[in-house]
Design a binder for this molecule. Structure first.
Ligand code: IMP
Length: 197
């Protein structure tokens, strides 16, 4: 089975990644001492590659990273690639969620459409890399609901979940439709394809 070193330092993401990869790839823990990666690229793909490359070079083995953004139509696609630091550098999940709800205050349905987009990337020790994208469309609710998931999950209701937020869904139900799971499954399909001799 494919072995990938986890390049994400976020335990919430790593747990979801491990669940989605289960049975198809082994996710090895992020090595201690890999250091923090400055995510200063201007795209999700750029940041995913920065993280995967740094950990691949440190570990000397194939490494997997994801970078995710919430794109809100009424906010011109914000917070997007800045989702982790929407309320400032070092902002908590709660800080970012509060800023989002504040910015969305004047928008009613159906102007609250949004999507999560993830780019997942694997970098290899020989310098090669592959990446794949996953998207889920949904709505940003005015009030948080649910206790599961993380980040913006309590206010994001995917179109395919009958009105539930990601935070109200069991992990397996989130993984059935989520941006991250879609990106990872697309990436696995690429990695599992037999290479042309
Ligand atoms: P990054 O991909 O590490 O830059 O993280 C982007 C930010 O988006 C995180 O800090 C979370 O706040 C949020 N985020 C990422 N993935 C999810 C998700 O699956 N659900 C809700 N929020 C997420």
């Amino acid at each position: 089975m494919i072995e990938l070193v986890c390049a994400s330092a976020n335990p919430d993401k790593a747990a979801e990644m491990a669940e989605v990869l289960e049975g198809r790839a082994v996710l090895l823990p992020r090595p201690d001492g890999a250091g923090e990666v400055v995510e200063d690229a201007d795209s999700l793909e750029g940041n995913a590659l920065l993280k995967a490359r740094a950990v691949c070079d440190f570990a000397g083995a194939a490494a997997l990273a994801d970078d995710t953004g919430l794109e809100v139509d009424a906010l011109g696609g914000a917070p997007g690639v800045r989702s982790a630091r929407y309320a400032g550098s070092g902002a908590s999940y709660a800080d970012n969620l509060a800023r989002l709800l504040e910015e969305m205050h004047y928008f009613e349905m159906p102007q609250r459409t949004a999507r999560f987009r993830t780019v997942a990337a694997v970098c290899f020790p020989d310098g090669a890399s592959v990446s794949a994208e996953g998207v889920v469309e949904g709505l940003v609710l005015a009030e948080p609901r649910g206790t599961g998931g993380f980040g913006y999950d309590p206010v994001f209701a995917p179109d395919e979940a009958g009105g539930l937020t990601f935070a109200e869904m069991a992990p397996a139900a989130k993984n059935a439709v989520s941006h991250r799971a879609r990106a990872l499954r697309a990436l696995l399909a690429m990695l599992e394809k037999p290479s042309v001799p």
